[in-house]
Design a protein around this ligand. Sequence first.
Ligand code: SAH
Length: 375
Amino acid sequence: MTRPVETKGDARVNLLGLPRAKVEAFFSEMGEKPFRAKQVMQWIHQFGISDFDEMSNISKALREKLKTVAIIEAPEVVYQNISKDGTRKWVMKMPGGSSIETVLIPEGNRGTLCVSSQIGCALDCSFCSTGKQGFNRNLSAEEIVGQIWNAIASFDNIDRTKDRPVTNVVFMGMGEPLLNFDNVMDSVNLMMDDFAYSISKRRLTISTAGVVPAIDRMGQYTDASIAVSLHAPNDALRNELVPVNKKYPIDVLLKSVKSYLDQLSDKRKATIEYTLIAGVNDRKQHADELIEILKGLPCKINLIPFNPFPGSGYKKPSNTEVRTFQDWLNKAGCLVTVRTTRGDDIDAACGQLVGRVEDRTRRSERYIKLKQVSG
Ligand code: SAH
């Protein structure tokens, strides 16, 4: 099944966001053999080529034909910053004036790319600055894949046949990936394709605030890893922090995650993300409740100390408070990691990705008023 492909005021198809089945369909409609799809995909994704003339194993005639029907175009990078710790952040401009942010976190021989899936976010989690900006639109598949394409392109001195600046991808940037289901599934499939980025299923993680019907469908399209932004161990508190919980409460959510894991061919754990907010969800009682509700779910818990932003009204816990919470969970046998803050000198930490959102909701106005009152 081929969906119409979005182009930017241009009738030509942007090949950057098409997963293999769609590139093959594209070539077969042109009367070409399917292996052309693999060749062109390798040029685009593995060699970072956007000019058909550089595709030396494609005949001149086909290259000319391609130029009339297709383009290879990533979002425009308007800003790149490299943090003291090596973290890179990009601001990419989208047609219409909004912009999104993407972050790459290098760690030893790993490079984890944190991609955005929407401009802004509709979910309005109380502690997330992206949510405060309101929502503009979904990103297209090429705008999502364009983030990895641009990230790799920023390393100009690498040997692309050997060096891999991006080994892991997490959908933890701006937006709720499962509310942009089709485009996210297309980009995930492309990122995992051996003729594109070969990111393995264990190293590609879709993070969701808990859109249960989409988690239920996910297994038909991908076997990528899943992370759940839980942040609270009971519905009363989670309703406050993650309002989508009112629609899909914790027990329904965790059951859905468990069935997703059960469908996978290997033994995989879900990641439970828990942003620790001082005095809000970091007490012993919360740890006890968390241990209880996670019984029976293969998972590891990732504690994220809250990253403050102006007007949030929340506080970051101290290192001791974080360690204490971690100890409570560890003692119960939970697997717990604490996310270290990276790139905070360039505002690249969790919940600090804001880009520039032309808000279509009235939410950002409300937030600006609140910020003026609270300082
Ligand atoms: N919508 C998806 C993807 C966003 S991921 C989701 O909710 O999972 C971004 C992660 O960073 C989420 O776990 C989110 O809850 C967390 N986060 C957001 N704001 C934060 C902040 N200010 N401090 C720490 N973590 C934050």
